[in-house]
Design a protein around this ligand. Structure first.
Ligand SMILES: [Zn+2]
Length: 349
């Protein structure tokens, strides 16, 4: 049988194939080597950029890993939502915490309009008296004094406290000052009476009191409780209504004013309670509040069933930005120097 012959490849063709296979292997080897070098080089560059080079923060280059976890909620007090309230420069000289002091050279700056001053005559209740129909007081202080007198009458049946001095103009203080210099001499007179502009009575937040009985007898407030213990009621309760004894005997060095047990100052309810509890004059209290700035830790305390949060902030020219929690009840007072005090309050739980 004649089987068809399968042609056998010739030697030359076999050699060509072998040569071609060799070439392919070489190309593949070069490619693998190149890829390997590139990969190693890439790794070195990556590690240099991400780990070694400090000028090139890793987080800007490395893609953020995808995550399915919910973002962490941060609800600490520091992150609470606030709104900016702009405070005007002239308001540094307004509010129940303004500090007027000869010792600290803080004269009272009279506002252009005295709309907040209230005539006590015709606007007071029947549970305290006034020595003159001309007496004026800041409306907040007048309202608080009226409530205090009501409470005193309810508790003791006594309504003999009498306001003898309240708001004073610069002219009135000039008259008083000059008469003191005349009576007591220059040095002693200047020690006993505040120079015009430096009396706390200018603010409308201060009152001088005595006792004037229904029988027409008057006693100085400091000694009246020796006559009747009921007359000492105010020293126990003034702070509950926002008043403090402004010039105590043991704080003369701090206030620059001698003992005046008849002179009360309205500073606001929470503040009066804190000052009385901690035996602080207004000078000392304001100095303390400077240690609680807006962007730091705030002062927290509870008084009369109300939670208070207080902080100070330095004025920044014509407008100062106070950051107030959204929806909060608050008041702002100037310090009569170069800053403000913010008081946030809410009923205690
Ligand atoms: Zn006084």
């Amino acid at each position: 049988m004649n089987n068809p012959k399968i042609p056998r490849p010739r030697n030359a063709e076999r050699e060509r194939r072998a040569l071609r296979d060799k070439k392919r292997a070489k190309i593949i080897a070069v490619c693998i080597l190149t890829a390997a070098i590139l990969a190693v080089w890439g790794l070195i560059v990556f590690f240099w950029i991400t780990l070694v080079d400090p000028t090139h923060p890793a987080e800007t280059e490395a893609p953020l890993p995808e995550t399915t976890a919910a973002p962490v909620e941060t609800t600490s007090p520091a992150d609470r939502e606030t709104e900016t309230v702009w405070l005007a420069a002239e308001d540094i000289h307004r509010g129940s915490l303004i500090l007027v002091s000869t010792l600290l050279s803080r004269a009272y700056v009279f506002p252009e309009n005295d709309a907040d001053l209230l005539s006590l005559y015709g606007n007071k209740n029947g549970n305290y008296r006034i020595s003159s129909s001309a007496l004026m007081l800041h409306k907040d202080a007048a309202a608080a004094f009226g409530e205090m007198a009501d409470a005193c009458y309810t508790e003791t049946g006594m309504r003999d406290y009498q306001i003898t001095q309240a708001y004073r103009t610069k002219e009135e203080q000039t008259e008083i000052y000059d008469s003191y210099l005349e009576i007591y001499g220059a040095e002693e007179g200047a020690r006993l009476a505040a120079a015009p502009g430096y009396s706390e009575h200018h603010s409308g937040y201060a009152v001088d009191l005595n006792v004037f009985t229904r029988e027409g007898v008057s006693y100085s407030l400091g000694s009246a409780s020796e006559v009747d213990p009921a007359y000492g009621w105010i020293y126990e309760h003034a702070a509950d209504y926002g008043f403090v004894v402004r010039y105590p005997a043991d704080k003369t060095a701090v206030t620059g004013i001698t003992n005046e047990p008849w002179h009360f100052r309205y500073v606001g309810r929470g503040h009066a309670a804190y000052m009385t509890e901690n035996d602080l004059t207004l000078e000392e209290y304001i100095a303390l509040l400077y240690k609680y700035p807006q962007d730091g830790e705030h002062l927290h305390f509870t008084a009369g069933g109300v939670d208070y949060e207080v902080f100070s902030l330095a004025a920044t020219g014509e407008k100062t930005a106070a950051e107030i929690p959204v929806g909060a009840d608050y008041t702002v007072s100037g310090d009569n120097d170069d800053g403000f005090i913010v008081t946030i309050y809410k009923n205690a739980k």
